[in-house]
Design a protein around this ligand. Structure first.
Ligand SMILES: Cc1cc2nc3c(=O)[nH]c(=O)nc-3n(C[C@H](O)[C@H](O)[C@H](O)COP(=O)(O)OP(=O)(O)OC[C@H]3O[C@@H](n4cnc5c(N)ncnc54)[C@H](O)[C@@H]3O)c2cc1C
Length: 387
């Protein structure tokens, strides 16, 4: 039975997030975009409203919501501002591996406090020389007695500057490729760990992106997540839970751009009529509406699948690729509909176009999503991919 009706609880979360975005995010979005200031106060209010860390299980003080509810919230928050939304939502990506692979003790130590006060965490996998090709990363973790010693560098880590702890993927057995990688929780206040300067990004400028350097960073062996060699699997498995959310955020941005374009097209007149009445313009808006709906349905399906315990790697990649590409196209077309005004910072759509771009890059580029879809298709046919 397929049912597109939201439950009362889901609708309440959606409404709460929608009202929060309208009241606490949208009015401050331009300021944070201009200054790049991290939106700590807004995050604090969102945390108090129960809109952050929503998937931490109830036994650790969280709401234990699924990816579906997380996605509903992510779309609404993103409709307010995706820079502020990314600052809020990055915790989900750092927490997901701990929820999936952490011991009871690790969950109590690292997840529970996040339900008691506003704490940030960050997911550290990408390196200066390895992004899409995760298996070629170089950061090492060497076991010495009851500790691991980490050396290397991570790059482009969202919320690195504000995080209390990091999820870190490192090589423990260099001869074994991706099966020689292990996952760790690394507390911020550890000797030898340094955080780089905030990157000056094109869009989503309220979010904080930095490098992290590990110089003989010693952490207890108890901070290993899962078993040695499980790291790659844990890191990729987390994406099955978080890609539906980030895809929903792309839908939220696209929705905002479409609403702005529609409104403007009804006000702006050329040749004696609102530009909406020119078919070339209203077809662009019709395409926006159609693609946004299609993207949302892909997002909802992929979130629903993982919440039901079904493998959704292909569907989450489809949602991510389609929603990210839709956000980019809709935002670009919105700028077109605004004409010269679309190119100006005085109007909202140029920010949306800059903000949209990163959806095609982080949490796996749009090309990598297609690589994943292709691999999964072959796996479903049980045909070996040619090396
Ligand atoms: C603002 C921002 C925030 C980020 N946040 C995080 C974070 O919190 N944690 C984290 O770990 N990382 C984060 N990242 C890193 C992000 O996930 C990577 O930038 C991304 O995965 C791409 O890696 P790369 O930059 O090394 O590009 P590359 O891997 O070098 O790719 C370059 C280009 O080649 C294409 N390409 C590469 N391989 C293939 C292939 N096999 N087939 C087809 N095309 C291919 C890519 O699609 C891309 O277009 C963030 C990045 C940014 C910019």
């Amino acid at each position: 039975m397929v049912d597109f009706l939201l439950t009362d609880e889901q609708r309440e979360f959606q409404q709460l997030a929608r009202q929060f975005a309208a009241r606490e995010i949208k009015p401050f979005a331009a300021k944070h975009d201009e200054t790049g200031e991290f939106p700590r106060e807004i995050c604090k209010k969102a945390w108090e409203a129960g809109l952050m860390n929503t998937h931490i299980p109830e036994e650790y003080g969280g709401l234990g919501l699924g990816s579906f509810e997380g996605g509903l919230i992510a779309e609404e928050i993103a409709a307010g501002c995706t820079g502020i939304g990314t600052a809020m939502e990055a915790n989900n990506l750092a927490e997901a591996p701990v929820i999936l692979a952490g011991t009871d003790e690790q969950k109590k130590k690292y997840l529970q406090p996040m339900t008691e006060e506003l704490i940030f965490a960050a997911y550290g996998v990408t390196e200066p020389g390895a992004g899409s090709d995760v298996a070629s990363m170089k950061t090492t973790a060497k076991k010495v007695g009851n500790e691991y010693i980490l050396n290397g560098q991570k790059m482009w880590i969202t919320n690195a500057g504000v995080a209390h702890w990091y999820y870190v993927l490192a090589v423990t057995d260099p001869g074994k490729g991706h099966k020689g990688m292990s996952a760790f929780i690394v507390p911020r206040e550890t000797e030898g760990l340094t955080v780089g300067k905030k990157e000056q990004n094109m869009g989503q400028r309220a979010s904080d992106t930095r490098s992290i350097t590990f110089d003989d960073v010693k952490i207890p062996a108890a901070n290993l997540l899962g078993a040695e060699g499980d790291g790659f699997k844990i890191s990729m498995g987390a994406f099955d839970h978080t890609r539906p959310l980030v895809s929903c955020a792309a839908v939220g941005l696209a929705r905002s751009a479409m609403e702005a374009a529609l409104q403007y097209s009804l006000e702006r007149q050329t040749f004696g009529t609102p530009i909406f009445n020119h078919q070339a313009v209203n077809f662009m808006i019709a395409d926006m509406a159609k693609d946004i709906d299609a993207a949302r349905l892909l997002c909802w399906r992929s979130a629903w699948m993982i919440d039901k315990g079904l493998r959704n790697t292909k569907e989450a990649a489809m949602a991510k690729a389609f929603a990210a590409d839709t956000a980019m196209k809709v935002a670009t077309d919105a700028v077109q509909i605004f004409g010269g005004y679309g190119y100006s910072k005085e109007y909202p759509v140029e920010k949306l176009m800059r903000d949209a771009k990163i959806f095609q890059i982080y949490e796996g580029t749009s090309q990598i999503q297609r690589v994943i879809i292709g691999k999964q298709l072959l796996a479903e046919m049980k045909v070996p991919a040619r090396v």
